[in-house]
Ligand binder design. Sequence first.
Ligand code: HEC
Ligand code: HEC
Length: 235
Amino acid sequence: MKILHGWFNFSLLTLAVIAASIAVVWPTFALAEHANFKDEVYPILKKHCLLCHSPGGQGYEVSGLDMSSYKALMKGTKYGPVIVPGDAFTSNLMVLIEGRADRSLKMPHDSHRPAPTKKDRVNLRKWINAGAQLNNTYKKIIRPIFNSYCVECHKPGGIGYERSGFDVRTYKSLMKGTKYGSVINVGDAFNSNLIMLIEGRTKGKLKMPYVPQRSLSKWEKHLIRAWIIKGAKNN
Ligand code: HEC
Ligand code: HEC
């Protein structure tokens, strides 16, 4: 009986733990279901848009929108981004593809050309809603941001490293955090110390980068947040 009783308690506990983990992991799961840029997104753009939206093309000449690389696509038109990571609905790219803007602006521009299929549109939406990331976000996007804003002080010998122990040079050291521990709360950008510091939300009003006149762009902050929410992977 005693054994049975113990088992019962154990199984209840296990169930509770499983339920709690599902609750915690669920939002990340929802985000994790995403289309892959190279295999599922780029081919759609290549087929339907590149003819006009690469240097020399008419769409590029008029709007400045070049879709021949991830970087150029994310840069957008001469007026700014056409993709809002995490929000396909308000992304101009989807507004145009779905014909939700002025009719004359539906893309592809030339009405004789086949439009992206329903499946294509679903993939584009999924990819944007999941943060519009490249598959190798850490190496291509995140590390370069830390290299340009943080590494001068956060490497051995730098003032930031000497005071806090935080070294941004490698994925490992970044994840290790300061001498007090991790500054990245995987899956939860809002409560990550790193994001609080970048956004100036800490109690002590400490803000990074340490030099007041330098700050990450809105867009760069967004990319780091999206990367953390999606699991802060070493990809
Ligand atoms: C036949 C040429 C052509 C094709 C194909 C084409 N576009 Fe365009 N695109 C244009 C032209 C021309 C403009 C400038 C329109 C204007 O400002 O009147 C433009 C502008 C745009 C803009 C910017 C609109 C703005 O708000 O300034 C977006 C976004 C866009 N295209 C997306 C796409 C997408 C996505 C595809 C593929 C599904 C695509 N285009 C395919 C010619 C094309
Ligand atoms: C000009 C030098 C400088 C730059 C650039 C800089 N930091 Fe710092 N950083 C510091 C100093 C100095 C401290 C220690 C501050 C203190 O404890 O008063 C620090 C501390 C930190 C800490 C630990 C804070 C804590 O609560 O213990 C983190 C995390 C951090 N920086 C992240 C960053 C990030 C991310 C960047 C780039 C966006 C960055 N820093 C850029 C100088 C810098």
